[in-house]
Design a protein around this ligand. Structure first.
Ligand SMILES: NC(=O)c1ccc[n+]([C@@H]2O[C@H](COP(=O)([O-])OP(=O)(O)OC[C@H]3O[C@@H](n4cnc5c(N)ncnc54)[C@H](OP(=O)(O)O)[C@@H]3O)[C@@H](O)[C@H]2O)c1
Length: 295
């Protein structure tokens, strides 16, 4: 079955989102070309062993990216979060232009849920709407996905789990939506499976909704000891524009949006709740954060 289909080219394949997409596409019997910077790296070898063809290149190498797009059905584009705004915009536009020139049948761009209409002054938020607008104006069948906050981001040691507390951006009764990285791949595989349904669509991706209070209860139960919840103080949020923007975005910006979780479940019936993710693939990072270490 795999041999009858053209491949899907995946950017960022050794990373969180790209890795999740490769695994889900292979499971759905797509041939996969994984763009990696170092084919000898352990993560690249694991992708090859799982069945992906490796293309060793930087996303900035126009010739290599053009060649990698020859005879593919689809492209999944995601860029690292470490780029300067201008660099991210240029790369995102270049990749989409090459996909349009190459006659790719379905292009999926992973943007961010905090991409809003107004510029925020935070590079990694402001690059994405500019790339989205460009993608949707190309002669290209495209779908934009905007993953909500990664569950993985919540169990890093910086939020205080090691000290028996949890400090985050939410007010105690305020809800936010989350997604497990492994579910991003499953959604993207569902998008590639139904080009007609998802053509031209922008889809926020979420798997669960939790409040500050619920985080306190979930973490307390999972840790087997009390974890008290508090919001970052106004002084801390005012002193750091990045943190302040995230809090404002959760208050009344793009991260305050509530994705229809029933719709999400119909697209990806295996969707993980925060509680089930924490008991499964999130457990190791959670244990590490409880002891004050990074996973
Ligand atoms: N919603 C959220 O909570 C959330 C959280 C974090 C990030 N994000 C967004 O997610 C995006 C990043 O995705 P991610 O977290 O999946 O990334 P990631 O895990 O940091 O992985 C980055 C990937 O990009 C690859 N890469 C870096 N430079 C490259 C180059 N020059 N050429 C080719 N590949 C290159 C890396 O390859 P190597 O293995 O060679 O380094 C790696 O595969 C960003 O847009 C960020 O804003 C969202």
């Amino acid at each position: 079955m795999t041999k009858d289909r053209l491949a899907i080219l995946v950017f960022g394949a050794t990373g969180r989102q790209g890795g999740s997409v490769v695994r889900a596409l292979l499971r759905a019997h797509w041939p996969v070309r994984a763009l990696v910077r170092d084919a000898a790296a352990a993560k690249a070898i694991a992708l090859r062993d799982a069945g992906a063809d490796l293309i060793e290149a930087s996303f900035a190498d126009v010739g290599a990216v053009r060649a990698a797009m020859t005879d593919v059905h689809g492209v999944f584009s995601v860029l690292p979060g470490t780029l300067a705004e201008a660099e991210e915009v240029a790369a995102g536009i270049m990749i989409a232009n090459l996909a349009a020139e190459s006659g790719v049948a379905h292009f999926v761009y992973s943007s961010g849920a905090s991409a809003g209409e107004a510029p925020t002054g935070v590079a990694r938020f402001d690059a994405k709407p500019r790339i989205e607008a460009h993608v949707l104006n190309l002669p290209l069948t495209a779908t934009i996905v905007r993953p909500m906050i990664f569950m993985e981001m919540l169990v890093t040691p910086v939020f205080g789990l090691g000290q028996g507390r949890y400090t985050f951006f939410l007010r105690p009764e305020q809800a936010m939506q989350l997604i497990a990285v492994e579910d991003i791949g499953k959604f993207v595989a569902a998008v590639f499976a139904d080009r007609t349904r998802f053509a031209g669509k922008t889809l926020k991706l979420a798997g669960d909704s939790v409040t500050g209070r619920e985080l306190e209860a979930i973490f307390t139960q999972a840790a087997g000891r009390p974890i008290a919840y508090a919001r970052f103080s106004d002084a801390v949020l005012a002193a750091n524009p990045d943190l302040g923007h995230l809090a404002a975005s959760l208050d009344n910006g793009p991260l305050a949006d509530h994705v229809d979780l029933d719709l999400m479940r119909r697209i990806n019936p295996e969707i993980l709740s925060f509680r089930s993710w924490l008991a499964g693939s999130g457990r190791q990072a959670f244990e590490a954060a409880l002891s004050g270490r990074s996973a």
